[in-house]
Write a protein that binds this ligand. Sequence first.
Ligand code: ADP
Ligand code: ASP
Ligand code: MG
Length: 589
Amino acid sequence: MALLVQKYGGTSVGSVERIQAVARRIATNRELGNDLVIVVSAMGDTTDELTGLAHAISSNPPQREMDMLLATGEQVSIALLSMALNEIGIPATSMTGAQVGIVTESAHGKARILEIRTDRILGLLNQGQVVVVAGFQGTSLSSGGTAEITTLGRGGSDTSGVALAAALNADICEIYTDVPGVLSTDPRKVPDAQLMKEISCDEMLELASLGAAVLHPRAVEIARNYGVDLVVRSSLTPEEGTKLTSKSSKSLGREGLELGKPVDGLEILENQGVIAISHLPDSPGVAAKLFETLSEKKINVDLIIQSTHEGNSNDITFTVSASEMTRAIEISKNILETIGGQLLAEAGMTKLSISGAGIMGRPGIAANLFDTLSRAGINIRLIATSEVKVSCVINETLGTKALRSVADSFELNEEEIKINPTIINNNEPDVRGVALDQDQAQLSVIKVPDKPGTAAALCSTLAEGGISLDAIVQSERQHKDGSRDISFTLKKEDREKAGFTLAPLLAQWPGAHLKDGPSIARISAVGAGMPSTAGTAARMFRALANKGINIAMIATSEIRISCVVPEKNGIEGLQAVHEEFSLGKRKIN
Ligand code: ADP
Ligand code: ASP
Ligand code: MG
């Protein structure tokens, strides 16, 4: 007999008929002798409708009242599903998050789960009941000790499901949704998207945080950290779906279920060189040409960062290993002869990276890394951020000092530290999936001082306001007074808050101000085989260039490449990249 946690999403319980179909599926699983804990979302578009009602009354409703309102959606579906189960002879009891004892932080609207009490659920299972739990909600103890209803954030029922599976030590957690599993991209945007049999938690974390809404990123974090067996499958068809794989499995710690230790790896890669090219023409095909040529000549490029500048020219910076530096410079200079641009190269660099799950989802972590380096007096030459890794390129002479400071700051032990690891060819695809994020905005801070601590100050100020930034790019160019610009992308909904959160800091830097970029879409490619495959970025840039799509920003990390493009080109660009890596179903002539 196994203990199964099954989560059914909004569409899967969107009507009376669907709820009855879910009840029948549960009955079948129960006949096989399994114990079942079921987590459900609100029916269909209920959460959107409730949000609409709130905004019809207030443009800025109190967060506490929003949670009070939104949590009602799930209460409807747990009651109806329990009735449907009882109706077909399956004893079932519904429970709200508070009744179960899903204890969360007090942050309304985005609370993280601290603890799940399992006694009531286990008691009901022992009596032969199916337990139906409301997803997306929990309860916090406010400062006065009064219980308050909290919600976990949109899409958070997945997180409730996986967290329950971890707390109950379930044999499997199945996420039932309206698609056959995790596909190579969103089938609503690219109709020939293909089902994956398996995907690693790290790849899924990247995809989920880059716009693949099929799973809540925090659900994947929990699965990765506690080794929960997780499957995504359709509630409408019988296919087996997609299995998520993870290497690490910690035991539930005392720090709090979703808090844990977010950084569990530190690595340095020595003998790196940085090549910075400025004043490149801002037109489609420039990045494609540069990186295609480098890849044809077998130069292995690691990080790539591009930002756009006033005056319509681009800066592209990339890293290569020191042994390939001379050739990379020569090849780049050749290309610059025809297209224009200035090259600056610096050898003697080291890349330092921290890794874990949900790094960018917790804005304080990148801020802490930058702050640690700045307190050690280390200037950061390049930054690359992602959900599972943040890397900084620094001067080689400071590598050991940086390693020690960062290991201390994140309390990492010897086993978690790697020095110059070799890249192993794991035979994984370089691109497993692609995603489009249409909810990002681009923002630049013009004229920031060029000294250690600037990126740290920006990130920690935003982190204190609960804002995560992504794709942070420090420009190569300096203003006449030596100051530089830093650009980043952030969630559109955080744009306004970023303005007033940063205002006091910017007031300390002479001439510093914010500048909004044009409306953007972000296209990303993710794959575990990327580090061992040369030329992946070049292929992505070429696919976009062939459609005449201009790239405004590029940010890469170990297993992902993201390109910011004009908003209107988002879907076309996504389709082109999907096609380039042959991710679709084979066409039948
Ligand atoms: P649920 O209500 O079941 O939680 P969601 O709407 O939250 O469902 O998530 C499922 C949707 O995610 C799909 O209908 C699909 O449009 C979208 N999606 C985005 N990216 C992907 C992807 N890579 N694979 C599968 N679905 C995706
Ligand atoms: N009902 C919530 C939402 O729509 C939670 C969920 O569906 O996962 O965001
Ligand atoms: Mg969902």
